[in-house]
Design a protein. Structure first.
Length: 334
């Protein structure tokens, strides 16, 4: 069965990644797109397919629409998701899920009440080196993970709503850093219990953070370290995990932030592994995996790879990170 997808929010991510993913994915078809500007919607639809709308209300009445992909500014995610759920449409929401715990709860309740699926796009969970790394960790062959380190940097510039704290919530933390935090949680199957963080959002020319640093404590006793930013050349954008007897490296070998060759290294006394995962486009390939996985969860009535509850937990963590940075103190998470 092919599911019809619609997109609201037709910026760069939708144009470069999501629309092509829907057209390349298995059992997915782009049937509708929505923008405040009908001209932009028509141009987008002419390029990628689907019908153009300038009203979400109108698009949600499209009889071919089964799933709504929400890629609007972060502060609109809750409003768009609830509206789609009440129209009986499944929702795949771009991360972050939303900016407040209250809105996250409202999103989950609306989807449960209307019996539709809610997924949040933490697509790095599906990156092949990360999938293999988690398999080794879960098997117990590399021992208990003690330390996790991740960096996700690149040279770019925040523009438009991305520089408005009321719309985006945070800068590189929301844009990049939360992927690293979510990966750690997924590797460990454990929750963050305490954070200590620092950002540069206090600088006069930076309405949102452009560099972000955090130390995370997990319920297992492990600690994680995350560095992300938009002013650092994109080298060593790797995830490294250490146990008492092994080291696991998920590496991006060409040094570019998002478009590269992935590798996995596992080194211990008993395990020596090197695996290579070529890709033409890191983000596009992960988007295809994400839409196919979410579509499968609808078809088989199973939990999405990153559910609304997972998205809500990430809202708790990001709120704690911002509180820690702004208050200059450690913050515990219940």
């Amino acid at each position: 069965m092919t599911l019809g997808w619609g997109i609201i929010g037709i910026g760069r991510i939708s144009d470069d990644q999501m629309a092509p993913s829907l057209n390349k994915g298995t059992n997915t078809k782009l049937v509708a797109v929505c923008s405040r500007s009908m001209d932009r919607a028509k141009t987008f639809a002419a390029k990628h397919g689907g019908r153009a709308y300038d009203s979400l209300d109108k698009m949600l009445k499209d009889p071919e629409l089964d799933v709504l992909y929400v890629c609007t500014p972060n502060n609109l995610h809750a409003q768009n998701t609830i509206q789609a759920a009440e129209a009986g449409k499944h929702v795949f929401c771009e991360k972050p899920m939303t900016l407040t715990l209250e809105d996250a709860e409202r999103m989950i309740k609306a989807c449960e009440k209307n019996k539709v699926k809610l997924g949040v796009n933490y697509q790095h969970r599906l990156n092949p080196p990360h999938v293999e790394a988690r398999r080794y960790i879960q098997s117990g062959t590399v021992g208990k993970i003690i330390l996790l380190k991740a960096q996700l940097c690149g040279i770019t510039t925040w523009k438009g709503w991305h520089r408005d704290p009321s719309m985006t919530g945070a800068g590189t933390l929301m844009g990049h850093g939360i992927h690293c935090v979510d990966q750690f949680r997924h590797f460990l199957d454990s929750e963050v219990t305490e954070v200590r963080a620092m950002t540069d959002e206090e600088l006069p020319d930076r309405p949102v953070d452009e560099m972000f640093f955090a130390i995370l404590k997990f319920a297992t006793g492990a600690h994680g370290m995350v560095v992300t930013g938009i002013h650092v050349a994109p080298w060593d954008n790797d995830v490294i995990l250490y146990s008492s007897k092994a080291r696991i490296i998920c590496k991006r070998t060409m040094g570019r932030a998002f478009n590269d060759l992935g590798e996995l290294f596992v080194d211990s006394d008993s395990v020596h592994v090197k695996m290579t995962f070529p890709t033409a486009d890191f983000n596009l390939d992960n988007k295809i995996r994400a839409v196919e996985s979410f579509t499968k969860s609808i078809e088989e009535n199973t939990e999405p790879f990153s559910s609304g509850y997972n998205g809500m937990q990430m809202v708790k963590i990001t709120s704690a990170i911002l509180e820690s940075s702004r208050g200059g103190k450690a913050v515990k998470i219940k």
